[in-house]
Design a protein. Structure first.
Length: 431
C-alpha cells in the first residue's frame, strides 16, 4: 500500500521529512569497500582492474586492452541496428545537440574606466570520462546525454565506460557511442571504472572530469575521487514529483509515476493532487498497470517502499511542498502549467502540461536527463555544456591603468600584513 499524506494533517511536515530523508540506497555502508577498490587501482593499475572486472562483472581478460571496444565495432553495432531504432536514436541525438549547442557560453572582454582590460574566456577540459550504467539495463539514451554535451563543449577525448553484461557492452550502447562521436569505449564499470578514469592505469589514460549516473558504488567512488578529477554531481536513485488535478486521465498519471519506479527499487515517485477521489483512481490505476510491465517487481517495490500520494486542499499549497521536495523530475499536469512552473524554484527539470510526460525528456525532448537527485536541485543543475568547460579570467594593465588602481591594492595588502604582495605593486609605482 502506497503512503498517503494529507497536507492538513498535523503530522504532515514530519511525515514528509521522513519520506524525503529515508535511506533509499543500499543498506550497507559502501564507503570502505569503494576506498579499498580505489586504492587497489592506484597501487596495481592494470592488474587490479583485471581482477576487479573478473570479480564484479565475471569478465575474464588477459590484458586491459582486451576490454577496449574499437571504433569499427561501434560502427558495426550502429550499422546492425533496426532502421527505425537507428532513426529514433539519430533524431534524439540531433535534438540533444541542438539544445546543448545553445548553452555554449560567450567569452567577453572590456576596458573599464581606469583603462584596465578585463575579460573571461571559456575553454573545454581536455578529456572527460562518461559513465553509463549497465548493470540492470542498457541505456543508449544515457550515452547521448553524456557524450553530446562534451562534444559540443569541444572536449577532445571522450571516454565512455560501461559494465559488460554477459561478457560485452550492449550493442545499443555501442551504436549510440558511434552516433555521439565517443573517442574510446571500455568494458568496465563500478567503482573500479571511476578509479581507472581518475588515476589512470598502465593502459588507460586518466581523464580530467568524470560525469554520469550510477549505483551507490559509482556515486561513492565519484565522491572519493573528487579533487583528483572534477565530477558533475553525486547522482542517487531516480525520482519524480507529479502534480495533477482531476482533469487528468488517472491511467496516464499512473503510467508516468511508474516510468520512474521501474528504474530501480530505490526510485521514488510522488503525486500531489487536490482531489481525493482522483488520488484513489490513480492508486487503483497503478495496480492495473503492474502486470503489463516487464520490470513489474522492481516498480512494485519502488512504489510500495518509496512512493507517496499527497493531497492538498488547493493547488496554492503545492509550490511550497514542491520546493521542499526539490525533485529531480517535476511534472505539472495542470491547465496553466507554465504559470505554476514560475512558482517552483527547485527542480532538476520541469515538464509542463498534460502531453509532456517525463519520459519524453528521457529520450528525445533535447534537455539532459542526467539531473540532480535527493533534493540537490536546491543547489545544483542537470548535466550540460558548462560541466565540460572552465572559466579563465584575464587582466591586462598598462602603465597608466596600473597606477590608477595599484594604490588601493597596496593599502589592502599592507592591512593584511602581506608585505611581498604590497612590494610587488609598490615597486612598479616607483618605476
Amino acid at each position: 500500500m502506497v503512503k498517503r499524506l494529507d497536507f492538513q494533517s498535523k503530522n504532515f511536515n514530519k511525515d514528509l521529512d521522513e519520506l524525503l530523508t529515508s535511506k533509499r540506497e543500499l543498506d550497507s555502508d559502501v564507503h570502505d569497500a569503494v576506498a579499498s577498490i580505489i586504492a587497489d587501482i592506484r597501487d596495481r593499475g592494470d592488474a587490479a582492474l583485471l581482477a576487479l572486472t573478473l570479480e564484479f562483472d565475471n569478465l575474464e581478460c588477459q590484458k586491459v586492452s582486451d576490454l577496449a571496444v574499437s571504433q569499427s565495432e561501434m560502427v558495426a553495432a550502429l550499422n546492425a541496428l533496426d532502421k527505425d531504432l537507428r532513426a529514433a536514436l539519430e533524431l534524439a541525438a540531433e535534438r540533444i545537440f541542438t539544445f546543448h549547442e545553445k548553452q555554449l557560453p560567450q567569452d567577453f572582454s572590456y576596458q573599464d574606466q581606469a583603462g584596465v582590460e578585463l575579460g573571461m574566456r571559456y575553454t573545454p577540459v581536455d578529456s572527460a570520462g562518461l559513465y553509463v550504467p549497465g548493470g540492470k539495463a542498457a541505456y543508449p539514451s544515457s550515452v547521448l546525454m553524456n557524450a553530446i554535451p562534451a562534444m559540443v563543449a569541444g572536449v577532445n577525448r571522450r571516454v565512455l565506460v560501461a559494465p559488460a553484461r554477459k561478457g560485452q557492452v550492449s550493442q545499443l550502447v555501442l551504436a549510440a557511442a558511434a552516433i555521439a562521436g565517443v573517442s574510446e569505449v571500455w568494458c568496465i564499470g563500478g567503482a573500479q571504472a571511476v578509479a581507472a578514469l581518475a588515476y589512470g592505469t598502465e593502459t588507460i589514460e586518466r581523464v580530467d572530469k568524470v560525469v554520469g549516473p550510477g549505483n551507490a558504488f559509482v556515486a561513492a567512488a565519484k565522491r572519493q575521487v573528487f579533487g583528483q578529477v572534477g565530477i558533475d554531481s553525486i547522482a542517487g536513485p531516480s525520482e519524480i514529483l507529479l502534480v495533477a488535478d482531476a482533469n487528468n486521465n488517472p491511467y496516464w498519471i499512473a503510467a508516468d509515476l511508474l516510468s520512474q519506479a521501474e528504474h530501480d527499487e530505490a526510485a521514488q515517485s510522488i503525486l500531489i493532487t487536490d482531489d481525493t477521489a482522483f488520488a484513489d483512481a490513480v492508486a487503483a490505476a497503478v495496480e492495473t498497470i503492474f502486470p503489463q510491465l516487464d520490470r513489474a517487481d522492481v516498480a512494485r517495490q519502488s512504489w510500495s517502499n518509496n512512493g507517496a500520494i499527497i493531497t492538498v486542499d488547493t493547488m496554492d499549497e503545492m509550490p511550497g511542498i514542491a520546493n521542499k521536495i526539490a525533485a529531480e523530475h517535476l511534472e505539472l499536469a495542470l491547465e496553466d502549467a507554465v504559470t505554476w512552473s514560475r512558482k517552483i524554484r527547485h527542480a532538476g527539470a520541469i515538464f509542463m502540461g498534460r502531453y509532456t510526460p517525463e519520459a519524453i525528456g528521457d529520450y528525445v525532448a533535447g534537455p539532459n536527463h542526467v539531473l540532480p537527485t535527493a533534493r540537490t536541485a536546491r543547489f545544483s543543475s542537470g548535466l550540460g555544456v558548462a560541466d565540460f568547460m572552465k572559466r579563465t579570467t584575464t587582466v591586462n594593465c598598462d602603465v597608466d591603468s596600473f597606477a590608477a588602481i595599484a594604490p588601493a591594492g597596496i593599502a589592502i595588502a599592507d592591512a593584511e600584513g602581506l608585505g611581498a604582495h604590497a612590494l610587488s605593486m609598490r615597486i612598479r609605482m616607483n618605476r
